[in-house]
Design a protein around this ligand. Structure first.
Ligand SMILES: [Zn+2]
Length: 90
């Protein structure tokens, strides 16, 4: 594949993503189709599309498995107040 052709293929791949600012404040690539997912902007600079994985923590961060960068995708959750079980006395 010539340089020009690979350049074109890359542009087409990246064309299915939009650069977007997430609710958590990170600027990442968002896939236009389904399933909804985000791609690492740092890896995109190296012409790699790496899908960000949800850390599933309260900080709302997603992590790139390739370069280990973390991005605040979801708004940070406030921890809900802890409810202690109340002892019921007669
Ligand atoms: Zn990355």
């Amino acid at each position: 594949m010539s340089y020009f052709e690979s350049n074109k293929a890359w542009s087409e791949r990246l064309g299915s993503y939009d650069l977007t600012k997430t609710a958590g404040g990170a600027v990442v690539f968002k896939f236009k189709g389904q399933p909804e997912h985000f791609a690492c902007p740092s890896c995109a600079n190296n012409r790699k599309l790496e899908i960000l994985q949800d850390n599933r923590t309260m900080s709302g961060k997603f992590r790139c498995a390739a370069c280990k960068a973390e991005y605040p995708i979801n708004p940070r959750e406030n921890p809900s107040p802890i409810r202690y079980p109340r002892n019921e006395f007669p």
